[in-house]
Design a protein around this ligand. Structure first.
Ligand code: SAH
Length: 350
């Protein structure tokens, strides 16, 4: 029965080796399987491997290769694609691929819904339904890669992974960590460690584990305001894990040379877009090797905030640059299909 089987996509290379060894099988098959499923991203059942019949039988009997189903997808003019994926229990998540210089960045979801309940975020209005399994995180990548292979042949290069879809990745630490280990594995997709970014609302227990267990993976902190009262209004988790504590902790994290901490700054009209707001940001992040990623607020049905004018956004960016803080205004790719940051909500957009 399928549900008794272990998902192949839940296993790290070492897990797979251990399964094989403990069943008296040759662990070298791990390399063949990782190459087949992750390097070449095949989704056919495991009949064509150069493997012994004994190993094939073991694989068929013990592992499932089930992937999320693409329920529907939307393409925007800028070539961003949003997928609505259905999981084996019928829950739905969204995954977005964003083109960037002939390559793609994939924006992965880590949970069905989210518990952080940020006041500006469409996903947050769903609440947390459940954590995703590693196989469901990996599945998003494989499904998107295969879609590209089918619909945009010769473009199937997903080079960057960002955990900026639905959910708080550090609140589902174990599954996200294992997915990163699989993405990084040299026998498979072999994604570079600096090509993976985990974005957090400031969930401190997860951040502490990230520092200890996933060194090298990029960190993005959703800052959104340097002012406690304003930040709390936007990100309720700040009441439990105040920004000062989170920043004090980030300060202790040794960064690899050239590694930056990305501070995401959601800009809301007449709320956090003044020169004083920019000065306050410069003050608190200045010595943390920052890049500030300014994200103009993306509206969604029923949202109470507005996006500032481009003049205000550029003035804010300039103010940060006056302090020699690198600041980028993030494009609003995927806007037209509700695939931009914070517009993902698998219950209400379809
Ligand atoms: N939970 C994680 C990752 C998911 S959201 C986090 O909080 O970082 C990824 C980014 O999109 C975050 O910076 C988030 O604050 C931002 N975001 C959420 N809703 C948004 C909206 N409506 N407009 C613009 N950015 C938004």
């Amino acid at each position: 029965m399928t549900d008794k089987k272990i998902s192949f996509y839940d296993l790290t290379f070492e897990d797979l080796q251990n399964y094989l060894t403990s069943n008296g099988l040759n662990p070298v098959a791990s390399s063949i399987l990782f190459t087949h499923y992750y390097k070449f991203k095949k989704i056919d059942p495991c009949t064509h491997h150069n493997l012994s019949p004994k190993i094939k039988k073991y694989l068929f009997e013990n592992f499932s290769f089930h992937l999320p189903r693409v329920k529907t997808f939307f393409e925007s003019d800028d070539k961003t694609v949003k997928f609505l994926l259905e999981l084996s229990d019928g829950e739905q998540i969204e995954t977005v691929i964003i083109p960037f210089q002939n390559k793609y960045t994939i924006c992965l979801s880590s949970q069905v819904g989210c518990r952080m309940n940020c006041s500006f975020c469409f996903t947050g209005t769903q609440g947390l339904k459940r954590h995703l399994k590693t196989s469901e995180i990996i599945g998003q990548f494989i499904v998107a890669w295969n879609w590209l292979n089918d619909f945009r042949p010769n473009e199937e290069q997903i080079k960057n992974i960002v955990f900026m879809g639905q959910g708080e990745p550090l609140h589902n630490f174990d599954a996200v960590k294992k997915a990163c280990q699989i993405f990084l594995d040299q026998h498979g997709t072999s994604i570079g460690i600096q090509k993976i970014t985990i974005s957090t609302a400031g969930y401190l227990p997860g951040l502490q584990r990230w520092n200890n267990e996933m060194p090298g993976v990029n960190l993005a902190l959703s800052l959104h305001s340097a002012d406690s009262n304003k930040r709390r209004e936007l990100i309720p988790i700040d009441k439990k894990y105040p920004l000062e504590e989170v920043l004090a902790y980030i300060k202790t994290i040794p960064l690899a040379r050239k590694q930056y901490v990305i501070f995401e700054y959601l800009m809301i009209d007449n709320f956090n877009d003044s020169t004083e707001d920019a000065n306050a940001v410069a003050n608190i992040v200045g010595n943390l090797h920052p890049i500030v990623n300014i994200i103009p607020f993306n509206p969604f049905p029923g949202s109470k905030y507005q996006r500032p004018t481009m003049d205000k956004i550029l003035a804010f960016q300039q103010e940060l640059m006056n302090f020699k803080i690198p600041a980028i205004v993030r494009g609003t790719k995927g806007d037209s299909i509700l695939a931009a940051c914070g517009q993902l909500n698998s219950e209400k957009t379809f």
